[in-house]
Design a protein around this ligand. Structure first.
Ligand SMILES: CC(C)(COP(=O)(O)OP(=O)(O)OC[C@H]1O[C@@H](n2cnc3c(N)ncnc32)[C@H](O)[C@@H]1OP(=O)(O)O)[C@@H](O)C(=O)NCCC(=O)NCCS
Length: 268
């Protein structure tokens, strides 16, 4: 991966977390219980990763994401986090199998539309392209991923950007890649997210139109057996968009980012 200190985006704190995540990518890919979450450190098995390491990460980086935690394990994690002055508010997890997602997204994308067009990375000036994409995500309150991850340099990935053909301005984004390592039961599951739609275009199906191609690419091009997305229960548009694309609410697991008590919310 090139220049871990650059091609990052967001607040100084977010860039610091992205740089730390990129710098640790190789060892994270090899560590049982660790997750390459791209925007922040992560774990899908806190006991396996070790609470000393989790506490040190929270002390040094002030954030770590907990992924695919069984609901009956959540109270214990909350308790352990409280003991070190940290807190977590759980997000709902949605996921689905390859065939369901492929068929659902094929149906959703069958009707040709030309009011928005896919925007692809140019042959040159790619850094400027990813910076624009990251700026669009951040402007919608969604913490962006580093360009090294959006571009696929850090591993197989799918990015969808829709633009207004009239002026080329970005209308919507979505992204998918594989965060779980070879030790994880979720290693063949892709994560999708950073879905953002320009404010004036919301509620007209654009979210579905940008999310569906990314999910379809994850299962058809990247070989994902399942795809997952996270959303706050209160984010009705996001939950509904995810379900329309063929994913279903998992009532047995939760995910989200732990931070020190009172820290500013990391992302939408
Ligand atoms: C979440 C977001 C991407 C959805 O995009 P969108 O273009 O508004 O969504 P769509 O128009 O494609 O709608 C998807 C579904 O949600 C429903 N929906 C849209 N807005 C809704 C709302 N405010 N309340 C309830 N349902 C809503 C739509 O009716 C549609 O369902 P339907 O087809 O069954 O009718 C967009 O609202 C956004 O950018 N939000 C800010 C960033 C964000 O929260 N991203 C998600 C992070 S997890």
């Amino acid at each position: 991966m090139t220049e871990p200190a650059s091609r990052l985006h967001g607040s100084a704190a977010q860039r610091k977390l992205q740089a730390a995540s990129l710098a640790a990518a190789d060892s994270v890919r090899d560590t049982p219980g660790a997750v390459f979450a791209a925007r922040v450190a992560g774990t899908d098995d806190p006991d396996r990763l070790g609470w000393d390491r989790i506490a040190a990460t929270l002390r040094d980086e002030r954030a770590i994401t907990f992924r695919m935690i069984p609901v009956d394990a959540c109270p214990d994690i909350e308790q352990r986090l409280a003991e070190i002055g940290c807190e977590i508010t759980w997000w709902d997890v949605f996921d689905g199998p390859r065939d369901t997602i492929g068929a659902t997204c094929d149906d959703l994308l069958a009707a040709a539309r030309d009011d928005l067009v896919p925007l692809l990375p140019p042959a040159s000036a790619q850094d400027a392209f990813y910076e624009r994409v990251q700026g669009f995500m951040a402007g919608r309150g969604v913490a962006p991923c580093p360009a090294q991850v959006l571009s696929g340099e850090a591993g197989p990935a799918a990015l969808a950007v829709l633009a207004d053909p009239a002026d080329g301005s970005i209308a919507a984004t979505a992204f998918s890649y594989f965060p779980y390592n070879r030790h994880s039961p979720h290693r063949a599951t892709a994560w999708a997210g950073v879905v953002a739609v320009r404010e004036v275009m919301r509620g007209g199906g654009v979210g579905i139109r940008v999310n569906a191609p990314v999910l379809r690419a994850a299962v058809k091009d990247l070989g994902a057996e399942r795809v997952q997305e996270y959303a706050r229960t209160t984010n009705l548009a996001s939950c509904r968009m995810i379900e329309r694309c063929g994913l279903r609410l998992r009532r047995d697991v939760r995910s989200n980012i732990a931070q020190p008590d009172g820290a500013r919310r990391f992302t939408r």
